[in-house]
Design a protein around this ligand. Structure first.
Ligand code: HEM
Length: 417
């Protein structure tokens, strides 16, 4: 289908007001009506802070798959100036990691990771994830005996940390600290972080940097059968300079860790919230467990953990009838695009039987490398929940962190196992 043209000029104040509503608790609880208003403004909308918002599925998809479009790499960040958010310590460090690299660097570094979660690897960790899911649900069931319990804190936040922590072979005693650093660090990747949020992110970055540098040195001293040791082996063959190899592996470990716990925790909480909000579908799924993967894809479409992906225009170009200058940032509003009525029938209906082809794991060369692990965690947990807790009910609406790009459910109170 040909992308539609942007229809009319856009009132700057209307976009500002729309984003301030999106930041409020009510906007986070249900961004969909606000997204509809944004979509009404056109496929491509100038952002008041510079750059452009891309709202349609077809344009988001096209830009993600087009290798000419770039990610905001170190050179782009430096061009924005040291006094901007892009000059913050957390941003410059993120600018050195895989999702912020362009070809040919991106191709080389991504290749060095290989297919991290291929069938063989998943086969090796499936049982571990099952054991963790059952253990966390045991503890959750104990809490429920006293009445209400918070699914988000007790289960969603725990499972992804156990999974990635065990895969990377990190000490369990570090999980709590690492999870909290990951939550703080993500602010630098938000749409418009405040100065205090950036300060939190910078402080978390400093701690994470020393943690993962030390981890690489430990694995140098005592290599084992773990991903970091394997990456060291790969990079020693690619890079004659040992310090450069260590640096490359530190950046891989940092990024793979940062990418995993929060995004997956949001998926797990959204999954439980959306299914309990639709009890007939939850009940139907119990009798049709083979549809668990479809249900997870629909959760990912309906409320993606990450609602915004950024790219930079490679040259002056026109999309959706709007002129975009070279080097300008475009925000691909994947949370909006995943509800585009031009692409999905009845997009506002949560329907686990649809075959949802969403943009929640991105697309093209930066497609999420952890998608198989996130899906495995979600399907393991959902299968166990359907079997063990068919009478679960939400007792209060979920509480969301005031974010726009990276969704986070901080509390999900439920009753009735
Ligand atoms: C539901 C959970 C997750 C979601 C929604 C998610 C989403 C994403 C998105 C949107 C991107 C691409 C960003 C862009 O195109 O600029 C991405 C990249 C990436 N993700 Fe995930 N992710 C999830 C879980 C994970 C996990 C569990 C891991 C690792 C264990 C992981 C590792 C990565 C890596 C390494 C990249 C960089 C790929 C590249 O730039 O080539 N992700 N993820």
């Amino acid at each position: 289908m040909e992308p539609a043209l942007a229809s009319r000029s856009v009132d700057r104040r209307a976009v500002v007001s729309l984003f301030s509503r999106l930041r409020k608790a009510s906007g986070q609880a249900n961004p969909l009506p606000i997204y509809s208003e944004l979509r009404e403004m056109g496929d491509v909308v100038p952002a008041p802070w510079g750059g452009y918002l891309i709202n349609s599925f077809v344009w988001c998809d096209r830009i993600l798959r087009d290798r000419a479009w770039r990610v905001p790499d170190s050179a782009w960040r430096a061009r924005q100036g040291g006094g901007t958010r892009w000059g913050a310590r957390s941003s410059t460090e993120m600018g050195r990691t895989l999702p912020a690299l362009n070809a040919p660097n991106h191709t080389r570094v991504r290749r060095s990771l290989g297919n991290m979660f291929d069938r063989k690897c998943l086969g090796g960790i499936t049982q571990t994830i099952e054991v963790h899911a059952e253990r966390l649900l045991d503890r959750f069931a104990d809490e429920l005996r006293n009445g209400e319990a918070d699914f988000s804190t007790l289960v969603s936040e725990q499972l992804p940390m156990c999974s990635i922590g065990e895969w990377l072979q990190l000490p369990q005693s570090d999980y709590e600290l690492l999870r909290s650093l990951a939550h703080d660090q993500v602010f630098t990747q938000e749409l418009l972080p405040s100065a205090s949020q950036l300060a939190l992110s910078d402080a978390a970055t400093v701690e994470l940097e020393s943690y993962f540098r030390e981890l690489v040195q430990e694995r140098r001293r005592a290599p084992g059968d773990d991903p970091v040791s394997r990456w060291l082996h790969t990079w020693d063959a690619l890079e004659p300079d040992r310090e450069a190899a260590d640096e490359a592996v530190y950046l891989l470990a940092l990024l793979v860790f940062l990418a995993a716990p929060e995004t997956t925790a949001t998926l797990l909480s959204s999954m439980v919230w959306l299914l309990l909000e639709h009890p007939r579908q939850f009940g139907w799924l119990r009798a049709h467990e083979d549809h668990v993967p479809d249900a997870i894809e629909e959760v990912l479409r309906y409320d993606s953990p990450n609602h915004i992906i950024s790219r930079v225009a490679p040259e002056d170009t026109t999309i959706g009838g709007v002129r975009i200058e070279k080097d300008r940032m475009v925000h691909l509003m994947v949370g909006v695009a995943n509800h585009d009525p031009a692409h999905f029938a009845d997009p506002e209906v949560f329907d686990i039987r649809r075959k949802a082809n969403h943009l929640s794991f991105s697309g093209g060369v930066h497609y999420c490398l952890g998608a198989p692990l996130a899906r495995l965690e979600a399907s393991t947990l959902l299968t166990a929940l359907l079997r063990r807790m068919p009478r679960l009910r939400v007792s209060a609406p979920p509480v969301y962190a005031p974010r726009v790009g990276f969704r986070r459910i901080v509390e999900l109170r439920v009753v009735g196992a």
